[in-house]
Design a protein around this ligand. Sequence first.
Ligand code: MYA
Length: 571
Amino acid sequence: MREQSFMKGLFFGDIEEDLVFPWREPAAAEIAGLQTMLDSVRRFFEEKVDSADIDRQARIPEGVLAGLKELGCFGMIVPASYGGVGLSNTGYARVVQEVAGLDPSLAVTLGAHQSIGLKGILLFGTEEQKRQYLPRLATGELVAAFALTEPGAGSDAAAIQTRADKQADGSYVLNGSKIWISNGGFASVFTVFARTSRSEEGVKPKITAFVVERGPGVTSGPNEHKLGIRGSSTTEIHFENVRVPAGNVLGEAGRGFKVAMEVLNSGRLGLASGALGLCKRVLKLAVERCQERRAFGRPIGEFGLIKDKIATMMADTWALECVTYLTTGMIDAGGRDYSVESAICKVYGSETCWRVVNEALQIAAGTGYMAGYPYERMLRDARVNLIFEGTNEILRAFIALSGMQGPGRELADVARAMREPIKGFGLLSDFAIRKARATLGRARMTRHHPVLNREAVVFEEYVQQLAREVDQVLRKHGRDIAEMQYTQKRTADMAIDLYAIAACITRTTRAIERRGEEGARREIDLTSIFVGEAGRRLAQTVAAVDKNDDELRKAVASKTYVDGGYPFDVV
Ligand code: MYA
């Protein structure tokens, strides 16, 4: 089991190549089964699923859910020993990708059940809890949901108010309400997060995770009316004096916040793969449209600006596929710390998906805007990805601050070691080595194929810039960095592009090794386009570190709050 995170290393300026090279493919033993499952899923959707109708009725027909259960889609990540399909993280992501491309409402239903609903039992459950719940969750006899969010606790997940009071017999009594719970209307098992300590001014509450069955005291509100993913069920869930046995505590009592975070770390990869599925689907639609639709006597795909859109959509989708499966591959290989990587996949995936769907709609033009065609539905379906499973704003803060934690700790430790040079000798010498390397030259990427030398240089150069920026802001601002969201955003943006570049390089290297330079021409070209784009964004971000209008922007926003909105008018 490896504890290190590739991305956390990058914040020090280290390129831990062994964590990303070689590109990992799914195990050969899994591929055949996966292909069969994908074929069955495609056939099922073709014959039985009317996505436009699901969107119109805002409801998934019972028969469709039953069919998916029969195909094993409710037990994809449940190990075979508990009655599931036992797919790897890569295998699971691949099926979610397929389903999301066919129908995002169904992908969300399956994702809420597995990526987050039952994932806590898989990651933290006792053997008894696993035996009690997983077999029935795998068949879909029980459907799971993840109940974290509350009216006053969205991004600030630790602010939940739902309480679980411990009774003399060790059981708990649960009271409180959750909102926007996917699968809320019909789930029968909930992973619920509640406070289990008294409220005390200035003291962080202890949160505990529970497995709660629907029963007396558990009620759901009506399905919410939503912009997109309308077929999925989103409701409030209320818990009124619900008795929860002591045996249903998930993980350690009081450590539930960690349970929530770990579940979300893997959940965010399901979202990224879903976003990828939608990108691929609309790309196919856009290409068909480019070939069919004629203007000025030729197919619109012959115009430069349309070609430009297709090339960008292709390159961005390629990078999304690379980051997503690089990360699932790391987890399958035993990687333990992938919180920053999965947050990057979620942010990059949701934003890429939004852009790609939007561009496909633009290519379809008037047709794209009309309700009789799938583009506007897909645009509506894609929008939520920027919001749920952690808004992209809070995740950018998380990526930056989590990445900076290591270098920040090192600086504090070094300051301490300077006061006690004998005891701190090892630390000082590590620090000296890092500093010497930073002065003499940057960390190198050595395992890429030479065809990708240009891309590797861009990567190395901006890894050095990232580490430099992190070092500078931490020395200058110390803990105040927690409040500096403009700096956090710039840091996160650099990290996102760097991870995507590394992912494209390692996958393309593998393709060249397998099929030679000509055989891997398309991968090389897409990587080249993506790294070109990312390099330009990185240059802009680095330039904005020293030259920006952050303070002016803050002042304008503050003044606007005082004015109560936009204060001008021509007459
Ligand atoms: S579910 C609801 C989603 N909600 C969120 O994502 C909440 C977002 N907020 C947060 O994540 C946290 O509150 C943040 C921390 C990050 C802001 N991994 O002091 P702290 C540790 C491991 O920083 P806070 C939904 O939307 C940290 O190290 N550990 O905490 C369903 C520290 O540990 P220690 C982590 O400032 C949608 C401790 O926690 C992580 O309060 C349905 C406290 O940290 C982490 N990531 O806030 C989806 N973060 O004390 C269906 C923190 O030991 C999917 N820590 O130092 C469908 C897919 C298909 C879609 C298809 C569509 C096309």
